[in-house]
Design a protein around this ligand. Sequence first.
Ligand code: NAD
Length: 348
Amino acid sequence: MKKILITGGAGFIGSHVVRRFVTKYSNYKIYNLDMLTYAGNLENIKDIENFENYNFIKGDIVDADFINSIFQEYQFDGVIHLAAESHVDRSITDPLAFVKTNVIGTMNLLNASKMIWKDDYSNKRFYHISTDEVYGTLGETGLFTEKTAYDPNSPYSASKASSDHFVRAYGETYGLPYVITNCSNNYGPNHFPEKLIPLFINNIINNKPLPVYGDGKYTRDWLFVKDHAVAIDLVFHEGKNHETYNIGGFNEWQNIDLVKLLCKKMDVKLGRQQGDSEKLITYVKDRPGHDLRYAIDATKINKELGWKPSVTFEEGLEQTIDWYLSNEEWLRNVTSGEYQKYYEKQYS
Ligand SMILES: NC(=O)c1ccc[n+]([C@@H]2O[C@H](COP(=O)([O-])OP(=O)(O)OC[C@H]3O[C@@H](n4cnc5c(N)ncnc54)[C@H](O)[C@@H]3O)[C@@H](O)[C@H]2O)c1
């Protein structure tokens, strides 16, 4: 039985990955390691917590002794590393927290993998999940390919870029078998409502202002989270060692157009007059260092591994909105307490 460590499995993307692996691979023992920060929530994976091949470990990837001890104890065959500080706005107010978790945490996992695999890398794999934000910003045209030079602009993207470089360096220097994927913006169920789509769904439900940064012309490529989980499964099993794959939705939206689409759909779902939610749009002071446009060329993963998104943006957005409307208790729980303080500081 293969033992796979998934880090950050109580977070947004990690919970979808953990569910996919636990339910699909009964021959794997899945260890979900998560510190349960504000972004981690065991409710996200409640439906699989009693599966025999599932184990939860609460702990901090920054704590090297703890990481070494669990690697010694469980002798993992593979690592799928998603745990991170993931919100750009928070990285602007507390960059060091991002260095600790995203850089030092990744280093600890690399060192522990190297220690237990002892240079015998047959059937072993370290899979590092990264972001398209490491490539910096695009102008109005062009796409990020796997060959685009790294050019991160925010403390978040700089910390992710740094961790990507260390993973690659461990591959080159010590032969560690790794794969890296750089993915565009995800959306879907269980997304913490500090990120654009769930934040705006929550605010529309509660008739609160919709804070759009700058002129709203920032462009992002959006991918449904379950399609990302499928890509991660594929790359983990069929990706080539020492390779990077870009993952994207072929689905670019300017923020303001996306917000207007969301408003239209929410008006229908909530039985409001068309145009009601749009009145909540409020332009707020821009985020410093805000990247204008991200767009991914996902040709390589498509050609080499046969992956492409399975749902259209319309379908994915419908599923997402429906999920939030039928999980209002989840939304209430995660937006109580500390979230309120953060929200007031960020948008007041
Ligand atoms: N969300 C996106 O659009 C997106 C896009 C591309 C790549 N990514 C990457 O995917 C990964 C997951 O992103 P997400 O959006 O699910 O993030 P998230 O913030 O929802 O979840 C992160 C998880 O990591 C855990 N965690 C944080 N610090 C930890 C620590 N020190 N030790 C152990 N666990 C810790 C949190 O408790 C949480 O469960 C990240 O590496 C992120 O950079 C995200």
